[in-house]
Write a protein that binds this ligand. Sequence first.
Ligand SMILES: [Zn+2]
Length: 319
Amino acid sequence: MPLNIIGEEAKKMGYLRKGKMTIERILKNPSYVGMVYARAFKEHPGGLFPARHEPLIDLTTWEMVQNKLRRPEKTRTIFDENIPLRGILKCHCGQPLTGAPSRGKAGRYYYYYKCKLPRHSNISAIKAHDQMLGITELMSLEGSDVKYIKETIEKGLDKEAVLNKKAIVGKREELDSVQDKLNAVEEKFISDQITRETYDRWTSNYNSQIFSLKAAIQRMGTDINKAFKILARHIDLLTDMKHVYTASDLLGKREFVKLVFDSNLYYFEGIYRTPTMLQMFDHNALKMKDQSQKLWSRNDFSVAKHIVELVYTGRIQCF
Ligand SMILES: [Zn+2]
């Protein structure tokens, strides 16, 4: 979520301080985890030290936020069909894994995901991909879940549609009043109360207002319908996530993994591990654990919103 959106949300919740850096400064402030920053002094090293006060949030959460705030490193990933997870999947040390082929005895190439550091991850791509298919299979939702989600979203859209209608009424009223003003200027001009110059200035001003109001009204009338149609067309795919994954092209697969695991997918001791998985795909988490495919997950996400995002943005494409 971009910082400016967080800023807007904070404003809605009553946070009134303005400024471009305010939110970032709060998120980076170590005092919320009960730490203070101390400068190096004589023989004492500087750094973060526990403070005396009670922390407001836990250290793990704070560190995950710091991770997200770090500007993304500019590493160029060369896309390769054989290793779609290159640059996304991470080693237990946090480094994104690179991938490379290695030549077998019979001259065939076998692909591996590797960490740059010696004796870290070195995973057979075949094994990693099989395991990923297993996970996607377990992600698939039951028909009844999909029905429930669909209904929830419909309700949400209904609510939004009502708000939208109100907003449209407001815009129409605005449009009427601008239209009245335009008429008044015309009358004044006809009855010689204003000069040609004044008339031109005001008519062009009002006409441009009318133009943008009309455009806004039209836009508001179509967006929700469009979102819902796309959603209705795609939502059943959620019962077959394996298909969603396998039918995606290389870029689609990468987007899928990034979105579902919130860019937090690691590999350690032969299994995938993630602290963040979209809640809606999480229902088989225990089974995944049994099959040594996934370790644990933290649920923070609102189900409906992400499904709409998933299908509406078209970032995951499958046919
Ligand atoms: Zn490593």
